[in-house]
Design a protein around this ligand. Sequence first.
Ligand SMILES: [Ca+2]
Length: 307
Amino acid sequence: MPPLVLFLRSPDSETSEVGRVIPNAPPRKSPARRCRPNRWSGSEVSTLRPSGLKFQLSGLIVAALLTATAARAQDAAFGSAEKQGQSALIGILYDLKQTQQREPTKENERTYRTVIASFLQSNWDEDILNRYFRVTRPVYTTQIFIPTINADQAPKAFGVSDVVKPRMWVVHYKGQVSPPVNGVYRFSGDADDIIAVRVNGRTVLVAGQPDCQPPPSVWKASDADGPNRRRPGDWLSLKAGDIIDLDIIIGERPGGSFYGVVLYEKKGETYPVNERGHAVLPLFQLAEHRMDNPLFRTDRPPWTCFD
Ligand SMILES: [Ca+2]
């Protein structure tokens, strides 16, 4: 069963791209980095299923069901402990706060950015991440879309919430993929705090919080950011059937709220625009999983993933 994701909207907020809930009130300064609890609105919470069937839930009776469903959705957002019957990206969690022997490291929120930059600068040399606590159990996922949730969901998804505090972590996903048809593609994405994509050994996208990103010497976007800091990556000529080595990292520095998303764009393709005039790009998916989210589309053929 593919991961189940809830799309939440409260009456006094609007949802921006992609999945972040932004209050209508003026933005706060530093507290904006802190996690805001989801506020439920029973009449507007929709549960989405692969069939596309959408139904409205309301009232106290369903509150418990919603809570349980939300917990499952958050657990699955980073991936599942077991493959769900299809090829998938494999994700490994690293905790930069401790060594493999679970001794404290010298890293702090200031040096977190340096470690990320060093990893990317070294062409994603895993020896750099292997200096830190590497969780044995991986997760598997067929898409990168983590709606705004508490960063503690990452250690929880990997079954290590008792030994990994929810900050200064990195998840490294990797897999071999192929696009559905020949074309010129680019990934785009955003994260709170950091996301980066590498294709065939070359970094093609780095996005996220500015104070977490490596210097431009590591990677620089060739095009302007899209709406809400959605950053486009490098254009790539890709052929269906050709095996592409794909690496993606996501990471959280201070703790609090996390989200991350990877979309893609095919040159020459015309995409519909939403009510704000922003192109609605397809979510990068390796398995069909329809989601009723107006901020991206999931009606395109999935990419192929190889074991
Ligand atoms: Ca964050």
